[in-house]
Design a protein around this ligand. Structure first.
Ligand code: PBG
Length: 325
């Protein structure tokens, strides 16, 4: 008797029964770039379909995401050069752009989970995630700045704060600061294994946040390393992370899979700006079917073991999935 795996693929109904992995709108988180002003919607050249949005537009987008079944948004502020300085002072402003955006979203779309980014780079005149002293990114002096930023965001109403800076010890430091300020219910989504990747280029264009000097290799991870990712993730879990994230996603599926096997907290993955740009550019040239490539890459990230995916495709994917049923 011959083994015939094709029997299980014969009809669409059979194929749907055999499906091992699902992709649902509830697995997705939409990143949003928040800008100053009213009715502002500035296209981002390297990310077709993505915009820098004023808060009023963010609220509309948040509503739309919610209606499509997407449970969360992740906010990144576009800070004007005039407000940037070496200490990221603006990040501690209770009336700052990101804080106002969080508060507005929680007021107007209360059922939406709001995740806010904790790192110095959008606010830093140096374009680094940590404090720069004599050309070095200093770790321990950065922690209090991050803590003040996180508490400020929690006070504005963030459900989860998401440190993306890769400083050592920051999850514990942030947890203690949040608890002391009374925010025991605000969770930490840690960018635990974040690689020094070429795929963040379009994001840095969107925020105008590229490092002014050097690169991020003394804090972000070497793409060659897997064991080190496990070390980072286990440390963050021990320090109190509620969710751990791998970033980027598609080039790091092995890392997602390895981490999924080792920890019991939820695992997130970030399909970053460069991943989005690659698919968009190829689709715009007619070189591949953009929608199918989008769904296939998202599904593969789920198959590797990610419970949730930050993706600029979140809205498009949710719409496509709704159409498929
Ligand atoms: C920085 C940060 C980056 C991204 C999220 N937070 C870029 C960087 O590390 O330079 C990238 C996200 C993307 O490319 O979509 N704190």
């Amino acid at each position: 008797m011959m083994q015939r795996p094709r029997r299980n693929r014969r009809t669409a109904a059979l194929r749907s029964l055999m499906q091992e992995t699902t992709l649902l709108p509830t697995n997705l988180i939409l990143p949003i770039f928040v800008a100053d002003g009213r009715r502002v919607k500035t296209p981002i050249g390297s990310m077709p379909g993505q915009f820098r949005l004023s808060i009023d537009h963010c609220v509309e987008l948040g509503r739309e995401a919610c209606d499509l079944g997407i449970p969360a948004v992740a906010l990144f502020p576009v800070v004007s050069d005039a407000k940037k300085d070496p200490r990221a002072t603006e990040s501690a402003n209770p009336e700052g752009l990101l804080q106002r955006a969080i508060a507005e979203l929680k007021a107007k779309v209360p059922e939406l989970c709001v995740i806010s980014d904790v790192a110095m780079d959008p606010y830093s005149s140096e374009g680094h995630d940590g404090l720069v002293v004599d050309g070095q990114i200093v770790n321990d002096e950065t922690l209090p700045i991050l803590a003040e930023m996180a508490v400020n965001q929690a006070r504005a109403g963030a459900d989860l704060i998401a440190p993306s800076d890769m400083m050592d010890g920051r999850v514990k430091f942030l947890r203690q600061a949040l608890d002391r300020a009374g925010f025991t219910d605000v969770g930490i989504l840690s960018y635990a294994a974040k690689y020094a990747s070429a795929l963040y280029g379009p994001f840095r264009e969107a925020l105008d946040s590229a490092p002014k000097s050097g690169d991020k290799k003394t804090y972000q991870m070497d793409p060659a390393n897997r064991r080190e990712a496990l070390r980072e993730v286990l440390l963050d879990c021990a320090e109190g992370a509620d969710i751990v994230m791998v970033k980027p996603a598609l080039a790091y599926l092995d890392i997602i899979a390895a981490i999924r096997q080792r920890v019991n907290v939820p695992v997130a993955a970030y399909q970053v700006s460069g991943e989005y740009a690659m698919i968009k550019a190829a689709a715009a040239n007619g070189w591949l079917d953009g929608e199918r490539a989008m769904l296939e890459t998202l599904l593969s990230i789920r198959r590797a073991g990610a419970d949730m995916i930050l993706s600029y495709f979140a809205l498009d994917a949710a719409r496509a999935l709704a159409g498929e049923r």
